[in-house]
Design a protein around this ligand. Structure first.
Ligand code: SF4
Length: 675
């Protein structure tokens, strides 16, 4: 099915059966203190699902290398013990595990942060990193070497040096962050000295037969940072000193160019890795180059290999979403795959606040020991009422473990809030979640009834009920809210909004999504082109943010849309990684966003608001859309409570204060295990 991906290759001395790599993700499971049980289960499940080589999240090479309080140090006994458990599990499952050796440098969130030069980053909140002395630098090089030796002792099959995404090795390379006047700074040759010294020390520590790869920044996406020629020079220098593979990264954490969000077109940045591969292969034709970034579907990865530049493709988040990504893809069973939707809500957003990561579409991710798989010996008949994210998560888990599941969905299609979200430009992949859940339910023999309501009487014969009846848009108490030009967000998304001016009441996550629905193209190819033009991704791989752009047709001029908010941030409730991108896209499109107002009344012409200074303004709105939250659908739960039928309430039906799909799917899984 995927002929190029399924050919073997070598990473140094490692023989790998296919060209899909599970890329590095910081999981937050590392410091659990469980002897590595959670890590072992996490990696084993993915190796059993077909990943041949997985790369761990960053493991710090010393205390000051830690990115935050939840990072572990490779040379600590507890770390070695935990990873010995993980590597044993991976080997038992027939795979390989590579340790990513990591130094956060100035990105460390703690007073221990160090850097080539005392240059804080934009989210450092006043924390200025300490400049490494020459002695510190020698010690850090030795710590990398000691960590590599410890990784080998812990049973790892390879190590990857993190020299991308703006971490310490990358910081030494960049003139933005390396302003040293000694031998470790200066021109690019001098700035390369530290990462090359690290590589050579690591090589000496582990020997020539132990694979060492480097994750290299193919583009920093930071104005004034390392140039394309400098990226090439570093890659070639690594090749000259015997690196076993180069894996591409792109973009620093503080870059204002999106690289990982749902709105980033699939594979958008891979051209940078391809260009790098061409440069390296011209001198070192057999050095593997691993492409990555926003590759979600292995058919796309196959297409990347078919273009003939990179040698393998690394994916990370798609392995959180579906541990069986590889076996399912190689079997051609694509519709059943639980695709990563790029939301970042349970993975990157959580890791940024030092929480264990999970996955919105796979709530078992990171919790494999807590929710083991296995067919039940006590088969129950369970009804799930509501086919939105929470209900589907519950039904999926129950059916997979052998319970008899009946899903009642009042609409003619599954999906609930996900069905709505999938109509928002950039969120089309949400539909894949619904489709794959439906496929898995069908494969497990679940009875899915559409256009089917269930009351307490109909549910009395079941052993248990999951109430996932969802939410209804909230009706606001504003004069004129019953006028014919007023729509709920659900009506607007399902039936569309007539041409003309639009005022959106409510600027939280749904209000921002609705504005995107109105002003952004619903055609993915058009949007991909707009993305490339906006961010200078023109194939030459040279970052030029202010490059002139050809005007692209928008469905509605941004100037016709106003988002209104009484107080708070626009897009409040949207994850930290996505909010700035989503709100920025609306600003770029010319949407007016107005906060600090009071609603006076709605008229056929728009919304009359009062500003803080007391002045009154009519916001044009031939259509007014209410995005002011939602109410739980509680009728069924109230009925069931009165009858004593065993039931669990999940998702929006349980708490509609904020639509939180991560919570919804987690509750679905937890309810499935409680029943
Ligand atoms: Fe993908 Fe969202 Fe899951 Fe992260 S939480 S792996 S972005 S689906």
């Amino acid at each position: 099915v995927l002929p190029l991906l399924s050919t073997p290759w070598r990473l140094g001395t490692l023989e790998l059966p296919h060209r899909v790599v599970m890329g590095s993700m910081h999981t937050g499971l590392e410091p659990r203190g469980d002897g590595g049980a959670a890590l072992a289960a996490f990696y084993r499940e993915r190796i059993e699902g077909g990943a041949a080589l997985a790369i761990t999240g960053g493991i710090s090479v010393n205390e000051e290398a830690r990115g935050g309080p939840d990072y572990v140090v490779m040379t600590d006994d507890s770390t070695i013990t935990a990873y010995r458990t993980a590597t044993t599990a991976v080997h038992d499952a027939g795979g390989f595990l590579s340790a990513q050796l990591f130094h956060a440098g100035r990105y460390a969130v703690g007073e221990w942060a160090v850097a080539p030069s005392p240059v804080p980053w934009r989210a450092a909140r006043g924390l200025v990193p300490r400049e490494l002395t020459a002695t510190d630098i020698d010690r850090t090089i030795a710590d990398f070497a000691a960590s590599a030796a410890a990784a080998r002792d812990a049973g790892f099959d390879a190590v990857e040096l993190m020299a991308s995404e703006g971490y310490l090795l990358n910081q030494f390379l960049s003139p933005l962050t390396n302003q040293r006047a000694d031998d470790w700074g200066g021109d690019h040759a001098a700035r390369m000295r530290f990462p090359l010294a690290v590589f050579q020390a690591v090589r000496s520590a582990v020997g020539a037969d132990f694979p060492v790869s480097v994750r290299i920044s193919a583009a920093d996406l930071m104005p004034g940072s390392t140039t394309e020629a400098e990226v090439d020079a570093f890659a070639l220098a690594l090749a000259d000193v015997g690196v076993d593979a180069l894996s591409m990264g792109v973009g620093w954490h503080e870059s204002t160019v999106p690289t990982v969000q749902a709105s980033v077109p699939h594979g958008a940045w891979i051209a940078y890795g391809e260009r790098l591969a061409d440069t390296v292969h011209a001198a070192h034709p057999h050095l593997p180059i691993i492409g990555s970034n926003r590759v979600v579907d292995l058919r796309d990865a196959e297409g990347v290999l078919a273009r003939g530049h990179v040698d393998a493709v690394a994916l990370a988040r798609p392995f959180l979403a579906d541990p069986e990504l590889v076996v399912r893809s190689f079997a051609g069973d694509f519709p059943i795959i639980n695709s990563c939707i790029g939301c970042d809500q349970a993975c990157i957003d959580r890791s940024l606040v030092f929480q264990e990561i999970g996955c919105l579409v796979n709530p078992r991710a990171g919790r494999e020991t807590e929710f083991p798989l296995g067919i039940t010996n006590h088969r129950k008949h369970v009804a799930v009422v509501g086919g939105g994210p929470a209900g589907l998560a519950a039904a999926d888990d129950l059916a997979r473990r052998g319970h008899a599941v009946t899903v009642f969905e009042a609409r003619t299609e599954l999906g609930g809030q996900f069905g709505l979200a999938a109509r928002i430009p950039g969120k089309e992949d949400y539909q894949l979640t619904v489709r794959s859940a439906a496929k898995r339910l069908a494969a497990a023999g679940a009875d899915v009834r559409l256009d089917a309501r269930a009351d307490a009487a109909a549910l009395a014969s079941f052993d248990g009920v999951v109430v996932a009846s969802g939410v209804t848009p909230r009706v606001v108490d504003i004069e004129g809210a019953d006028l014919p030009n007023v729509l709920s967000y659900e009506q607007a998304i399902r039936t569309g909004v007539p041409a003309g001016t639009v005022a959106i009441i409510g600027g939280g996550g749904i209000g921002v999504d609705l504005a995107a629905f109105l002003v952004e193209s619903h055609d993915e190819k058009t949007r991909a082109l707009a993305f490339e033009q906006r961010f200078g991704l023109d194939g030459s791989a040279e970052f030029a943010r202010s490059r002139p752009t050809r005007a692209l047709q928008q469905p509605r001029p941004g100037s016709q849309v106003t988002v209104l908010r009484r107080a708070g941030k626009f897009g409040q409730g949207v994850g930290i990684t996505s909010r700035w991108v989503n709100v920025g896209a609306l600003q770029h499109a010319g949407v007016r966003m107005l906060a600090g107002i009071d609603y006076r009344r709605i008229t056929p012409e728009g919304v009359e608001v009062a500003h803080e200074d007391g002045s009154v303004e009519l916001i044009p709105g031939e259509t007014v859309v209410i995005c002011a939250g939602q109410e739980p659908n509680e009728t069924l739960s109230a009925e069931l409570a009165a009858t004593g039928i065993r039931h669990e309430i999940v998702g929006g039906a349980r708490d509609a204060r904020s639509v939180d799909a991560v919570r919804a799917t987690r509750e679905g899984l937890e309810a499935a295990r409680r029943l």
